[in-house]
Design a binder for this molecule. Structure first.
Ligand code: FRU
Length: 481
């Protein structure tokens, strides 16, 4: 009888869970018609309604790419975290799936996904709020799925109850498999508030053994390292992470928080990560944080939250806030991560290419979603303005060979710039969507991702004294398909 009672209690709680999920999907469906479309992206992933932050669980399962994300459906501001879910056959066309995780006693903070046998396993941070100092605690939970659509939380949670030093900040597990073991890294901090990353190992994803502190700030790298990722790239190991609390230094570290990487070597016998190249930012735009990667068929792909903490999100009045960047393929060249839009991006080009040669002050109009390739002589100044055909936001992209920097300016006080070596490259590749610009310079050694809010499509004006050549493509809608 006891067993029957217990089984029916489990069945009942699963049914309640399913009912809560169904109710949420009905809420989302009903809200979608209210969303103002003016700044909705055509080919970037965005929340159907409400708020989005970090990418989570970027992975490949059952023949499809999966992407989850930090999601709050009920308002276009951050709130108790759910995991939203989209899938794609090609990293370009994305389908909206039902919300994968709903909060219970815990908020479902960031984490990752792996395939264990036929099962998809999510490992995420359970952020549990309390009324006593420090007012929250973070432990790690698992959730399972046998179909990549419906997820059930593991009954034995938490699997990693606390940080070794008791820090309440212990989050964003990134899991991977190497040999006979699972490994996970987590972002945390020392008791004297220096960011650090911890490395654990397991044979079953449930029992974890602390191996080492993979890396930590020596006092100059911020108070907390969020969203760590660790992977091999072209023979080196990369520790990618999002440090909080870096003070601005000249052109560097001008966003609320930063996202970048340390290059080194790693030994799976000693677990020692020997740092060879210090922290560098990975993207130089205004809006890029909490990037996550996955490897499929030997290619390393990255996607990032295309927003930033503590900045205005003008789209919030339209019923949504936050989106993802396009997916980029990574390579390591001369101790720098190179980011290139995935090859499949050409699949959403539509119609014939639009060719133009623009003289000084000449302009050309585009739709909201367009890819623009610019050929110019980078021995001279290159300067391009992109603005709304009906007003709204604008951005100026510029290159000055005497200064040796590329700059992306949304206004005098809102500039991001960085050194670039064109190294005989003559082109820039620009992806514009209804509220974003991604600029890939040359081979992708310098990339800027910034949100801009034009009205009524884009107008490009050549502000350089040289002629520039343009080859552009209107882009099809690829989210949601
Ligand atoms: C990073 C982050 C993570 C956390 C999540 C909460 O942007 O702060 O550390 O898991 O967002 O939404």
């Amino acid at each position: 009888i006891l067993i029957c009672l217990a089984a029916s209690a489990v069945a009942k709680s699963l049914r309640q869970d399913d009912e809560a999920k169904a109710e949420l999907e009905r809420y989302i469906e009903n809200k979608i018609p209210d969303i103002n479309q003016r700044w909705r992206p055509h080919y970037h992933v965005a929340p159907p309604v409400g708020w989005m932050n970090d990418p989570n669980g970027f992975s490949y399962y059952n023949g499809e790419y999966h992407l989850f994300y930090q999601f709050y459906p009920y308002d276009s501001v951050w709130g108790p975290m759910h995991w939203g879910h989209v899938t794609s056959p090609d990293l370009v066309h994305w389908r909206q799936l039902p919300t994968a995780l709903l909060p219970d006693e815990e908020q479902c903070f960031s984490g990752s996904a792996v395939q264990d046998g036929d099962t998809m396993v999510l490992m995420y941070t359970a952020h549990i709020v309390s009324d006593r100092e420090p007012f929250y605690n973070e432990t790690q939970y698992l959730a399972y799925s046998d179909d990549g659509v419906n997820f059930y939380k593991y009954g034995g949670n938490p699997v990693l109850p606390s940080a070794p030093n008791g820090s309440p900040d212990f989050r964003d597990p990134k899991v991977w498999r190497h040999g006979d073991h699972w490994y996970v890294i987590l972002g945390s901090k020392t008791t004297d508030l220096r960011g650090r990353v911890l490395l654990y190992r397991s044979t079953d994803l449930k029992d974890w053994e602390l191996l080492t502190v993979l890396a930590e700030s020596q006092g100059d790298m911020g108070y907390m390292w969020e969203c760590p990722d660790f992977f091999e790239l072209d023979g080196k190991f990369i520790l990618l992470m999002s440090p909080q609390g870096l003070a601005p230094q000249g052109d560097r570290y001008k966003n609320t928080h930063q996202n970048g990487y340390i290059i080194g070597s790693f030994n799976y016998e000693t677990f020692e990560f020997v740092q060879e190249v210090p922290f560098q930012e990975i993207d130089f735009g205004h809006d890029f944080y909490a990037a996550q990667t996955t490897e499929v068929d030997g290619k390393r792909y990255l996607i990032s939250w295309f927003s930033m903490w503590e900045v205005p999100h003008p789209e919030d009045v339209d019923g949504w806030a936050g989106m993802m960047t396009i997916v980029r393929e990574l390579k390591l060249v001369n101790n720098k991560i190179i980011m290139k839009p995935v090859d499949e991006m050409v699949e959403i080009r539509q119609g014939v290419p639009i060719f133009n040669v623009l003289e000084f002050n000449e302009e050309v109009d585009f739709e909201q979603a367009v890819e623009i390739n610019i050929e110019a002589n980078f021995d001279e100044i290159v300067e391009i303005k992109l603005e709304g055909r009906d007003g709204g936001g604008h951005v100026v992209l510029s290159w000055d060979p005497l200064v040796g920097k590329v700059a992306v300016s949304r206004g005098a006080e809102d500039v991001r710039q960085v050194e670039w070596d064109p190294n005989n490259e003559t082109s820039w590749r620009i992806f514009l969507d209804s509220s974003s610009i991604e600029l890939f310079c040359g081979i992708g050694d310098v990339v800027f991702s910034s949100r801009v809010y034009p009205l009524g499509g884009w107008r490009l004006t050549n502000l350089s004294s040289q002629d520039i050549e343009i080859e552009a493509y209107n882009l099809k809608k690829s989210f949601p398909v």
